[in-house]
Ligand binder design. Structure first.
Ligand code: HEC
Length: 108
């Protein structure tokens, strides 16, 4: 008899567990500060560079670095944007921005 009661209670808790509501969007741990603050996917890499990279300092000179170095730098800058609550780049925007920077770095 005791085993039946135990199993029934376990089943009841299992069913109740299924009804625990999802936390509402924006309330999930750690993400509420940054939700909806990345740049629109409609911005061209050129616009992104001008808007995103002038939030904290003047636009940097596009000195000669290789793709990997620019990528690391852009990722580092993007982390600063996240940490300081600025608008930031989505992961899809990193590589196009790096390509734009590389295409510009030899022009005056
Ligand atoms: C959240 C503020 C912030 C934003 C936005 C930002 N930067 Fe910076 N940037 C900094 C700070 C602070 C430094 C100096 C300290 C350092 O290098 O970590 C810096 C330094 C730099 C430097 C010189 C450092 C070096 O290693 O040569 C370059 C180049 C640069 N940023 C490029 C960019 C580009 C490109 C973007 C856009 C993707 C950008 N930054 C956006 C804060 C920012």
């Amino acid at each position: 008899m005791a085993i039946v009661v135990t199993v029934a209670i376990a089943a009841l808790f299992f069913v109740l567990f299924l009804f625990i509501p999802e936390p509402p969007a924006g309330k999930k741990a750690g993400t509420s500060l940054i939700q909806g603050r990345s740049y629109s996917p409609d911005l061209s890499p050129r616009d992104l560079f001008q808007v995103a990279c002038s939030q904290c300092h003047n636009l940097p000179p596009l000195t000669h670095r290789n793709r990997e170095d620019w990528r690391i730098l852009v990722l580092k800058m993007n982390r600063k944007m996240l940490q300081t609550g600025k608008k930031y780049l989505s992961s899809d925007q990193i590589d196009p921005l790096v390509s734009y920077i590389l295409s510009q770095q030899n022009s005056p």
